[in-house]
Write a protein that binds this ligand. Structure first.
Ligand SMILES: [Zn+2]
Length: 335
């Protein structure tokens, strides 16, 4: 990656490239709302600072330092983000790890880079860091990130070069969502761009919700084809679909339960209005009208989905559990 691979923020890219070429050291602070791309720019800036032959467009991507960086194995970058097990970064971590580490020379690159998320550094921790920011060794660059400038000590702000991330244009947002959300339908894309306030992270989150709508549709199609599907299709294509959506297995199972519920309602009360899958009403009504689909069989299908959910809870073999569920539904509903 180079700066040109990042969408938008032209001014920032120029500024960062010149900071590198002038070999500026010290402290930079990226400010902007959550989802604005602070981390992405910080990472690319760090890579450029460490690169052996940086150009106008940032890191060369070819030198050993770039290779180490891309492989995630460079020892010369320290990232201080929110710890998984607590709300904030501990003061002791700043005092005992970050401050002493800043004195040590980098091992491979000419510059050692620290990326610190100020959103998780309280007043005490910021104060502990201040001494390092005041007299930074020549080989060190601190990159601070903040989504809330009001929580940053004035003494920290005064020692940093602030890089403010501006809202992105609609066109830039569309391009970022396209890069990050594959097969995003046009309609979802427009909704995301219109409702994100110029913040790409927000647009991506909205577009991904749209992906779920897409997943719902795919699950419905798979389910409705199950009664007529061949064993091969169930065991290969459908099982593969399940494996691909392993991370969303609970959502997929819930969707199947909703579809079974729709069938039960339509079976008991033909023409029942309030079904979940209104887009598939015609197909659902047709299946519900089939003589071999009755409530006992539908109950067994629901039982198979619940067995699958239980198997997920105990970490049973995923492929075996999902195939068993699909086959059971196929068996019960086939003509
Ligand atoms: Zn390089």
């Amino acid at each position: 990656m180079a700066f040109s691979d990042l969408t938008g923020q032209k001014g920032i890219k120029t500024r960062l490239a010149s900071a590198v070429s002038e070999r500026q050291s010290g402290t930079f602070m990226f400010t902007g709302p959550v989802g604005s791309g602070r981390h992405v720019f910080a990472e690319e800036f760090a890579k450029t600072l460490m690169c052996e032959e940086p150009g106008k467009d940032g890191a060369c991507g070819k030198c050993p330092c770039c290779k180490y960086f891309e492989a995630g194995t460079t020892p010369d970058i320290v990232r201080v983000y929110k710890p998984a097990d607590s709300k904030n970064i501990k003061v002791s971590y700043i005092k005992d790890s970050v401050v002493p580490e800043a004195v040590l020379k980098p091992q491979f690159s000419k510059t050692k880079v620290f990326i610190l998320d100020l959103d998780y550094l309280g007043t005490e921790s910021q104060n502990a860091l201040l001494k390092s920011l005041e007299e930074p060794p020549a080989h060190v660059v601190f990159i601070l990130l903040s989504s809330n400038r009001d929580q940053v000590l004035d003494t920290v702000i005064s020692r940093a070069t602030e890089i403010k991330i501006e809202p992105y244009t609609r066109e830039e947002i569309v391009s970022i969502v396209r890069k990050n959300v594959s097969d995003c339908p046009d309609q979802t894309l427009q909704i995301a761009a219109d409702n994100c306030g110029g913040i790409p992270g927000k647009a991506i989150a909205i577009a991904k919700q749209g992906e779920d709508i897409d997943l719902k549709r795919k699950v419905a199609e798979l389910f409705l084809e199950l009664p007529d599907a061949s064993y091969c299709k169930v065991l290969y294509d459908d099982a593969e679909f399940m494996a691909e959506h392993k991370a969303d297995a609970v959502a997929v199972a819930s969707d199947i339960l909703l579809l079974i519920d729709d069938l039960m309602r339509l079976k008991g009360m033909p023409g029942y209005k309030k079904i979940s899958y209104t887009d598939f009403r015609t197909k659902l009504e047709k299946l519900a009208g089939s003589p071999n689909v009755d409530n006992i069989r539908l109950g067994k299908c629901a039982g198979a989905v619940k067995d699958f959910l239980r198997a997920l809870d105990v970490n049973a073999n995923f492929d075996a559990a999902s195939s068993a569920m699909l086959l059971k539904i196929h068996e019960e509903l086939k003509k």
